[in-house]
Design a protein around this ligand. Structure first.
Ligand code: BJW
Length: 237
C-alpha cells in the first residue's frame, strides 16, 4: 500500500463549487486573459485593473463552498498517518480557500492565496480580506498603499518549492486532480514522481496534456472521482 502520498490539485477541483477554471473553451477568466493580469508587468502597467480583478475574486469566495472532493481530501488528511507510518502533503495551485475551509491541514498553496496580501515595500505577507483598491496601509510596515495580491504570477517563483521537491522525492504515490498540466513547475511534478519510483494517478474531467505521463488516469468530475478514490485509500488503512 502507498504510504507517502503527494496530491496536487488545480482549478478543476473547485469547478463544481462554481469557481471558473482558467483554460475552459474561450480561455478567458472573468473577461480577462490570464496573461493580461497574472504577470508583474501587467500589475506595473495597470495596477487598478489587476487589483480589481483580484478584489472581485476575493469577494466571490464568500459565495462558494467546498465540494465533495475538497471534503474527501480533508477526510484523508485527518485519517492518514504521519511520521514512520506514512505521510501526506496536499499541494494546491488554487488561490481559493476551499481546501482550508474543508479542513485540510497538511496543505501548501504554491501559487499564493486570495486571502493574503504582500507588501511591495517590506515583503511581509499578511491575511487580507478587504479590497486592495481601497486606501490601505501595510499591517507590518504601515506604509500606505503598498500591498499587492499575494499571488504567484508568471515569471515569479512558486512558494515552498523546497518542501514540495523533497516530498515528491520521497513519495510512493503522486495524485494529480483537476489540472490541465499547462503551467510549470507543477506540470513537471508527475515526471519528478516517476523518477522517484512513485505510482502516479491522474483524476481529471478529461485527458490532459500530462495524461500520457501517468501510470493510471481516471476521467470524470472530481466531485465523484475523488471521494471514490479516498474511500478506497481509507479502506486500505
Ligand atoms: C475538472 C473539472 C471537474 C474541469 N472535475 N476536473 C516553458 C517550459 C517550462 C516553463 C515555462 C515555459 N515558459 C514559461 C514557463 C514558466 C511559466 C509557465 O509554466 N508558463 C506556461 C504558460 C508554459 N511558469 C511560471 O512562470 C511559474 N514560475 C516559474 O516557473 O518560476 C521558475 C521556476 C523554475 C523551476 C522551478 C521552480 C520555479 C509561475 C506560474 C504561476 C501560475 N500562476 C497562475 C495564476 C495564479 C493567479 C490567479 O489565480 O489569478 O496560476 S496561472 C493559472 O494556471 C493559475 C493556476 O494555478 C495555473 C494552473 O491552472 P490549472 O489549475 O491547471 O487550471 P486549468 O484551467 O488550466 O485546468 C483545469 C483542469 O480541470 C482542466 O484539465 C479541466 O479538464 C479540469 N476540470 N472541471 C475534474 N469538475
Amino acid at each position: 500500500m502507498a504510504r507517502r502520498i503527494v496530491i496536487l490539485t488545480g482549478a478543476g477541483i473547485s469547478a463544481e463549487s462554481g469557481v471558473p477554471t482558467f483554460r475552459a473553451a474561450d480561455g478567458l477568466w472573468e473577461g480577462h486573459r490570464v496573461e493580461d493580469v497574472a504577470t508583474p508587468q501587467a500589475f506595473r502597467r495597470n495596477p487598478a485593473l489587476v487589483q480589481r480583478f483580484y478584489d472581485d475574486r476575493r469577494a466571490f469566495l464568500g459565495q462558494v463552498q467546498p465540494n465533495a472532493a475538497h471534503h474527501a481530501l480533508a477526510r484523508l488528511d485527518a485519517a492518514w498517518p504521519t511520521g514512520d507510518r506514512g505521510e501526506l502533503l496536499l499541494v494546491t495551485q488554487n488561490v481559493d480557500d476551499l481546501h482550508d475551509r474543508a479542513g485540510s491541514r497538511r496543505l501548501l498553496h504554491m501559487h499564493g492565496e486570495l486571502l493574503s496580501a504582500l507588501c511591495t515595500a517590506c515583503g511581509a505577507a499578511r491575511r487580507w480580506e478587504r479590497p486592495l483598491l481601497q486606501p490601505h496601509s501595510c499591517p507590518a510596515c504601515a506604509r500606505p498603499d503598498t500591498l499587492r495580491p499575494d499571488i504567484v504570477w508568471f515569471g515569479e517563483m512558486p512558494y515552498q518549492m523546497e518542501r514540495i521537491t523533497s516530498a515528491i522525492a520521497a513519495c510512493d504515490l503522486f495524485v494529480s486532480i483537476g489540472t490541465s498540466g499547462a503551467v510549470y513547475p507543477a506540470a513537471g511534478f508527475v515526471q519528478w514522481a516517476r523518477e522517484a519510483g512513485a505510482e502516479t494517478l491522474e483524476l481529471n474531467l478529461e485527458p490532459s496534456a500530462g495524461t500520457p505521463m501517468f501510470s493510471e488516469a481516471r476521467h470524470g468530475p472530481a466531485g465523484t472521482l475523488v471521494p471514490q478514490w479516498v474511500e478506497a485509500m481509507l479502506a486500505e488503512l
